[in-house]
Ligand binder design. Structure first.
Ligand code: C2O
Length: 535
């Protein structure tokens, strides 16, 4: 194992896209930010120095940070933010994980421009459980706004309305040649006839689930969220914000130039799709003058594709990489996901949009929850988050607009160390149904079941896959449907759980688990690092 050191200087950088130039927040002036490249077993030290006027905090999305929530990153959950002019060193070991993950700012909407890839190579001498690729490419999917993203976020909050949508999607920070002024803002990857390539695809978009495809080339999925899968071949992938997907691509077509493209998967059909980003796959020796071919992507509201794609995802579950699915459950949780409206005297219509779990819209604390938990500071949070909805109703029936008021509070669930947890996430039609990518910090979980309509506790558990369900850290709860996940609570600390659509996170679609310490010496939260920021 090695020690890998990185310096992240948070700074303001001028960038232009779609004929608009603006200052954005970057790491080391780069957009997207630098790739963290490590091996399983390495120790990583990333010193983050904040030179901008915003507070900053960085999350290493998908790294479990065993007993070490101090380096997890969500602001006011596991740490106070790094203030202007200050530094903090994220010091952690990468243990028992290999694959593609990513890092991003975890405060305000700053992750719109502050994000990058994490590539964890397997231990030396351990091959991938699939054909060795000739080369690897990181493909970061994102969104671009012509206007200042923080202004858009604040504007939405002030008015109590949804903030403006982005102006384009991007591939490695570039929208591609279908947009004005974008000829030179186009990512291209060169391939050689007959060779196989590994694409490490990351959805870093703020608010859009995305389809991704390459014209003429099928994709073989081999890993998601840094967990190996049973390989399967598909014309396109679906990837939610927070998720990663590794695919193999064979350069086995007529040598030429092919577009790869990404566009949003929406619940409702979008009138005009004017955000599709493209990049180029180019065979060696083919001149740039050859016009590329566009791929066929599923329709933006192709729910059938989404459901069938997600069904194909299975853990590899081999002798070397077994799926240790908890078979018995100690704690059953059932959380409804709801959108609502609370009164807001200063907002445009006197109301603001809120989002809730079990009718609780989460309020961010002033002190980080992990500090409050570790040092036993009273009054920061309550541990009475409800295990199930206070008033059951027909979750996915007609909209219940009469009953939209949502309770607010910093309420979390306490979980016994090493207990096995099942959590059913149920979308509801309080205001409207919508799909939600849910992310749990500190853990991977198994997606044991999913369905449309209301979860039926009498019938649905019998249909669970407890053999090779996909293991991941972010799962899409289908529109007007449910998803059941299981995990063993063996990582003590405070772990955030939230919708990875930034607009919903801001409205309160989040909570946390406080996983208690175990009895053993190595089963409790580690002491905090000396340079941990204070609030
Ligand atoms: Cu990638 Cu709490 O997020």
């Amino acid at each position: 194992a090695a020690i890998k050191k990185y310096q992240f200087d948070i700074q303001v950088t001028n960038v232009s896209r779609l004929c608009h130039a603006k200052p954005i927040v970057t790491v080391n002036g780069r957009f997207p930010g630098p790739t963290i490249y490590v091996r399983e077993g390495d120790r990583v030290l990333i010193n983050v120095t904040n030179h901008v006027l915003y507070n900053m905090s960085i999350h290493w999305h998908g790294l479990k940070q065993f007993r070490n929530g101090w380096v997890d990153g969500p602001a006011y959950i596991t740490q106070c933010p790094i203030q202007t002019g200050s530094s903090y060193t994220y010091d952690f070991n990468v243990t028992g994980q290999r694959g593609t993950l990513w890092w991003h700012a975890h405060i305000l909407w700053l992750r719109a421009t502050v994000y990058g890839a994490i590539v964890i190579m397997p231990k030396p001498g351990t091959p991938f459980p699939f054909p060795q690729p000739a080369r690897e490419f990181e493909i970061l999917l994102g969104e671009w706004w012509n206007n200042d993203v923080e202004e858009i976020e604040n504007q939405g909050n002030k008015m109590g309305l949804p903030p403006n949508m982005s102006d384009a999607h991007s591939i490695n920070g570039k929208p591609g040649p279908l947009f004005p002024c974008s000829e030179k803002h186009t990512f291209a990857m060169e391939v050689e006839q007959g060779k196989t390539y590994l694409l490490r695809i990351i959805n870093a978009a703020l608010n859009d689930e995305l389809f991704f495809a390459i014209a003429g080339h099928s994709l073989t999925v081999v890993e998601v969220d840094a967990v190996y899968t049973k390989p399967f071949t598909t014309p396109a992938i679906l990837i939610a914000p927070g998720q990663t997907t590794n695919v193999l691509v064979q350069a086995n077509q007529v040598a030429g130039r092919y577009f790869m493209a990404t566009k949003a998967f929406m619940d409702a059909p979008i009138p005009v799709d004017n955000k599709t980003a493209t990049a180029i796959l180019q065979y060696k020796g083919i001149p740039n003058t050859v016009l590329p071919v566009l791929p066929q992507l599923p329709a933006s509201n192709d729910t059938r594709f989404a459901l069938s794609y997600n069904k194909k995802l299975r853990s590899l579950n081999s002798a070397q990489y077994p799926a240790n699915v908890p078979l018995k459950v100690d704690r059953n949780l059932f959380y409804t996901i709801g959108l609502g409206q609370n009164s807001c005297p200063t907002c445009l219509n006197g109301t603001q949009l809120v989002a809730s779990l079990n009718n609780v819209s989460f309020v961010m604390p002033q002190t980080a929850l992990l500090q409050a938990h570790y040092f036993n500071i009273k009054g920061v949070f309550r541990t009475d988050f409800p295990d199930r909805p206070p008033t059951p109703f027909n979750f996915t029936g007609a909209p219940l607009t009469a009953n939209l008021a949502t309770s607010t509070g910093t309420r979390v669930s306490k979980i016994a160390f090493n207990s096995t947890v099942e959590l059913v996430l149920q979308d509801t039609n309080l205001l409207s149904v919508e799909s939600h990518p849910f992310h749990l910090h500190g853990y991977n979980f198994f997606v044991v079941g999913t369905g449309v309509g209301n979860f039926d506790p009498a019938k649905d558990p019998a249909k669970y896959n407890l053999v090779d369900p996909i293991e991941r850290n972010t799962v899409g709860v289908p529109t007007g449907g449910w998803t059941a996940i299981r995990f063993r609570a063996d990582n003590p600390g405070v772990w955030f759980m939230h919708c990875h659509l930034e607009v919903h996170t801001g409205w309160g679609l989040k909570t946390a688990f406080v996983v208690e310490n175990g009895p053993g010496q190595d089963q409790s939260v580690l002491p905090p690092p000396k340079d941990l920021p204070t609030c």
